[in-house]
Design a protein around this ligand. Structure first.
Ligand SMILES: CC(=O)SCCNC(=O)CCNC(=O)[C@H](O)C(C)(C)COP(=O)(O)OP(=O)(O)OC[C@H]1O[C@@H](n2cnc3c(N)ncnc32)[C@H](O)[C@@H]1OP(=O)(O)O
Ligand SMILES: CC(C)C(=O)C(=O)O
Ligand SMILES: [Mg+2]
Length: 509
């Protein structure tokens, strides 16, 4: 299959900036423009110069620093706008003036208050004026997808005759379906008097079809597509650049098209934009979302470990993500768990791994995501629990507050299967729980020290309790781990008691 190149027209700095809460200052726009050039976009629409002095300055500065990409400035079909756009982009190595005028009945009647003939005449005059200033002029028929097709073609013919070398078909309000967009592009292409121009599309995402509409437009013959980083843009946004580019690349067999994008810069570009505007992407966003290359379920993890392509249609490397992510959680299996333990540098027997895996599953039921620090703590805990478990924690209930004295009910199970429960009061919930345990084990112990620290990150971090107790002249330290600080304290105390019992037994031998 022969491949043709589709031009990427990035409008993050113009339409993207039109999304509420996504404005960028002068320096941020420059930084973003540099990154867009690194990414390899064909056209950077740097702004709408007439809209404010700041926007003018930013477009002008971008025009001066960008060398490889074309730099475009947007203008209404108004002489003052066009002059201002030219003044801003004129220093660019490849300048473009982008003029637009709406062609749908609804826009012409209610917004522009112009007749169709007046629109045609204005397009002829303004495109000609733009062309007298700049060798590269793009004309957009705003709301093209809701315009009468023959009228639309007439306006495009007029723009081309006046000097436009790119005609753009925007689905301004994101109303089209992919089939309709295919038909529209094919229709325009087939009916233009002079089709030797770039046919562009500009799809909004109001119904979530911006990318699909863009891809169908390409199949129908569009040679330029307008899009934004992370899909930001007016209202629900524009078609997302990364999704279009990666769809064309991954399904080259189907689309037969390439782009000039250095895909390894995609992730970095997305991150830069998120940092600048302070708006991140959804975790499940294709390509650049946190979960786009993450696998949590055991069957998928096993498959990916055996052969990445079982569940990955793209390599994370291709979009500049260092590697895929195995998220350890309640759906993970032993293959991924063992893999992570090895990655963290632990050398453990299969038996120890199996035992640690059981604890991991218990933890995963209570904690949303298991981090590497959780695993380290868990594996460390497995080593500690080497001591014979004379007593194990079965259950506990603790009541405490400002108007009642703390009461705890603790149930322990002995290694011979016998269960014992006791209730006790205390100075606080932990003291009450320890007192209840003392009543069960009936040992002469003294709590020397108790500490608690978070050993992992996040709201559901694991708390590690350390209890130092003395018993018959021995001092032992117990450790307990849980996202619940009461539970980790109780486990630490029981662990210390088990150690004390083990020492007593040893002393008796
Ligand atoms: C689909 C799009 O994304 S279009 C781009 C949208 N982006 C922006 O609007 C960027 C920021 N805009 C602005 O700063 C301002 O709106 C400006 C500077 C462009 C214009 O401001 P104002 O002169 O105060 O006009 P205002 O925005 O209130 O109204 C728009 C005017 O432009 C006219 N207009 C709208 N589109 C066009 C066009 N393509 N060509 C000619 N005139 C147009 C409207 O009919 C209206 O005219 P009127 O003032 O004679 O009634
Ligand atoms: C200015 C034009 C191209 C636009 O942003 C739109 O129609 O959505
Ligand atoms: Mg738009």
């Amino acid at each position: 299959m022969s491949t043709r190149k589709v031009k990427i027209f990035d409008t993050t700095l113009r339409d993207g900036e039109q999304s509420p809460g996504c404005s960028m200052n002068f320096n941020e726009k420059l930084e973003m423009a540099r990154q867009l050039e690194r990414l390899g976009v064909d056209v950077i629409e740097a702004g709408f110069p007439v809209s404010s002095p700041d926007d003018f300055r930013a477009v002008e500065a971008i025009a001066k620093i960008v060398k490889n990409s074309t730099v475009a400035g947007l203008a209404r079909c108004v002489e003052g706008d066009i002059q201002r756009a030219w003044d801003a982009v004129r220093h660019a190595a490849h300048p473009r003036i982008h003029v637009f005028l709406a062609t749908s009945d609804i826009h012409m009647k209610y917004k522009l208050k112009m007749t169709p003939d007046e629109v045609v005449a204005r397009v002829a005059d303004m495109v000609r004026f733009a062309r007298s200033l700049c060798p590269d002029v793009e004309f957009s028929a705003e709301d093209a997808s809701r315009s009468d097709r023959d009228f639309l073609v007439k306006v495009f013919d007029t723009a081309i005759a006046a000097g436009a070398s790119t005609i753009n078909i925007p689905d301004t309000v994101g109303y089209s379906t992919p089939n309709e967009m295919y038909d529209l592009v094919a229709y325009v292409k087939a009916h233009l008097q002079n089709p030797a121009v770039d046919i562009s599309v500009h799809n909004h995402n109001d119904l979530g079809m911006g990318v699909a509409n863009t891809l169908e437009s390409i199949r129908a013959g569009a040679t330029q597509v307008e899009c934004t980083v992370n899909g930001i843009g007016e209202r629900a946004g524009n078609a997302a650049m990364d999704e279009i580019v990666m769809a064309l690349r991954t399904r080259g067999d189907f689309y037969g098209c390439t782009t000039g994008i250095n895909t390894r810069q995609i992730y970095r570009t997305s991150k830069l934009l998120s940092t600048i505007i302070g708006v991140g992407v959804a975790p499940n966003k294709p390509i650049v979302g946190a979960n786009a290359f993450a696998h949590e379920s055991g069957i998928h993890q096993h498959g990916v470990l055996a052969e990445r392509t079982t569940y990955e249609i793209m390599s994370p490397d291709d979009v500049g993500i260092y590697q895929n992510k195995m998220v350890l959680g309640k759906h993970s299996g032993k293959h991924a768990f063992a893999d992570r333990i090895a990655e963290l540098g632990y050398r453990m027997s299969d038996e120890d791994i199996a035992e640690a895996f059981e604890r991991f599953k218990e933890m995963a039921d209570r904690k949303k995501e298991i981090t590497d620090r959780d695993i380290e703590a868990l594996v460390g805990n497995a080593a500690i629990s080497d001591v014979k478990e004379t007593y194990g924690l079965k259950s506990f209930v603790v009541n405490s507050g400002t108007v009642i004295s703390a009461t705890a009910v603790v149930r322990l199970v002995r290694d011979d299967g016998e269960e014992k429960e006791h209730v006790a009061r205390g100075e606080g919930p932990i003291d009450a729980a320890f007192n209840a345990i003392d009543r069960i084990v009936k040992m002469d112990t003294k709590l020397e020290n108790w500490t608690m620290q978070a050993v992992t990150e996040g709201e559901d971090a694991l708390g590690e309790a350390i209890c130092k107790i003395s018993c018959n002249g021995h001092t032992v330290t117990g450790r307990g781990l849980s996202p619940d600080i009461l539970e980790s304290s109780i486990r630490a105390y029981v662990n210390a008691i088990n150690k004390a019992i083990a020492m007593e037994e040893k002393a008796m031998i």
